[in-house]
Design a protein around this ligand. Structure first.
Ligand SMILES: C[S@@+](CC[C@H](N)C(=O)[O-])C[C@H]1O[C@@H](n2cnc3c(N)ncnc32)[C@H](O)[C@@H]1O
Length: 442
């Protein structure tokens, strides 16, 4: 096992002062981006964005001028606790919903793509609260370029994680390289004081028994033994002898000798037959394992047979639940300015957060409103409707679903407490969608 000794804080700071910049043509100054012309907004449904009782907003239009406008709103600007965005990934693809309606185009490449996202990230930083967090979802194509841009905007010191998400099931890959089943979520905060509700994966019996192998005779409590020293020499209390013993070479005690005495008096130190002390950590004091930065359980809806809207590239609701619970509290504002089918918005709503969603696709608006009114439905094309399960499907048999299309969850609670607001430039585009929605409200 490799043992590293952390460098001291001064050295660390020096390293982090090394600001990296990405240079490319047509990179605007932050000042110019902050002068982005603001949207003129028109209220379509519900109360205006200035109304004190409005908790949630769905905006239709380009997110850049809309966010420039939101910066004027004192109840929103600098108050957003959490941003999750899942923008286009520079795939050069036109995306359609499962009903084959056009959803959006993902055509920008290279510097144009980077600048498109950079401008939005600069405004998002201004909208974020000082203790806010931002999660940006991308795939391998642009994530490394955008990591450098995020370092520029949020600061390398505020980089927290690059989460690796398993996005789909293994493919029968025939190309001469490894199968690609991952994408990435960059997690940054605006400062080092940020909301963090430590996510935990509860113990499985198997894992708990493997890790906590010992049982305390008197109490019957299950525990494991961990070292009481850590790498690095210290000259203070934790470098002094305890019970006549110095910490091993190159190490220091994790606690002061006084604290170690207390732990020992509480019978929380295990002494090996040859006199080596270790600390006892009890299973019943540990609710589970802290979540790590590889997430295997949140494959895209299409790969997990869960309920979906049918919008292309929609994300798994459980993924959003984890992020929203970890980095926000009830009543906080959660913002997704590439909201697509509204996964972030619905989960934020269900978790008692306020939310702001923006998208410039008519199909996204149709999908969000439909999702709010009627819920999601099973995709269901994993299972053939054939009665005899052993009978092989004919090659030309149409795929039929065991789960009838069109059945929605009976328990769905419609989401109505929000305002729908559009940029005047494009408000007319969503008239038919809104007429449908209003009819459904009656
Ligand atoms: C990858 S999808 C988001 C999917 C979403 N996470 C979900 O769970 O459904 C990207 C979305 O960004 C939207 N979009 C792209 N450019 C935009 C812009 N300039 N302003 C607002 N929305 C934009 C697209 O219409 C699309 O819905």
């Amino acid at each position: 096992m490799a043992i590293g000794v952390p460098t001291n804080k001064k050295q660390k700071k020096k390293k982090n002062d090394l600001t990296r910049h990405l240079t490319y043509s047509n990179k605007k100054s932050v000042n110019d981006i902050m002068k982005t012309p603001k949207s003129k907004l028109v209220n379509i449904w519900g109360k205006t964005e200035k109304d004190a009782n409005t908790r949630n907003f769905l905006f239709y239009g380009d997110n850049l001028p809309i966010m420039a406008k939101l910066l004027d709103n004192r109840k929103i600007s600098g108050k957003v606790r959490l941003v999750y965005i899942d923008p286009p990934y520079s795939t050069q693809t036109a995306f359609h919903s499962r009903k084959l309606s056009h959803a959006y185009e993902d055509n920008l490449t290279g510097a144009e793509f980077i600048e498109f996202l950079r401008a939005r990230l600069i405004l998002l930083r201004e909208l974020l609260a000082e203790d806010g967090s931002i999660y940006l979802h991308l795939d391998e194509k642009m994530v490394f370029h955008i990591k450098v841009i995020m370092d520029e905007i949020f600061g390398l010191n505020n980089y927290k994680n690059c989460i690796v998400r398993k996005k789909c099931n293994p493919k029968n890959y025939t190309r001469k390289k490894y199968g690609n089943i991952s994408d990435y979520i960059l997690f940054y905060t605006k400062s080092d004081q940020y909301v963090w509700n430590r996510p935990i994966e509860p113990w499985t019996e198997d894992r708990a028994l493997k890790e906590y192998q010992y049982i305390e005779e008197k109490t019957g409590r299950r525990y494991k033994k961990v070292p009481i020293h850590a790498p690095g020499v210290r000259n203070g209390e934790t470098g002094k002898p305890w019970r006549g013993m110095l910490p091993p070479p190159g190490k220091h005690w994790q606690y002061t000798p006084q604290k170690l005495d207390i732990l020992d008096a509480e019978n929380k130190i295990y002494w090996s037959p040859n006199g080596n002390p270790r600390r006892k950590v009890y299973l019943d004091e540990n609710p589970g394992v802290s979540v790590q930065d590889i997430w295997l359980d949140y494959r895209d809806a299409h790969n997990q047979n869960i309920k979906i809207t049918g919008y292309p590239t929609e994300k798994n609701p459980e993924l959003l639940k984890r992020i929203i619970e970890a980095s926000s509290n009830p009543d906080d504002i959660v913002l997704d300015c590439f909201c697509g089918s509204g996964t972030t918005l619905e989960i934020a709503h269900r978790l008692g957060r306020r939310w702001i969603g923006i998208d410039n696709s008519v199909e996204a608006m149709r999908t969000v409103l439909d999702r709010f009114a009627k819920g999601t439905e099973m995709m269901g094309d994993f299972v053939s409707k054939r009665k005899n399960k052993n009978q092989l499907p004919s090659l030309f048999e149409p795929i039929e679903c065991e789960i009838e299309q069109g059945t929605r969850a009976s328990k769905h609670r419609p989401i109505k407490n929000f305002s729908l607001i559009a940029d005047v430039k494009c408000a007319r585009d969503i008239e038919p969608v809104v007429d449908e929605w209003i009819k459904h409200q009656r």
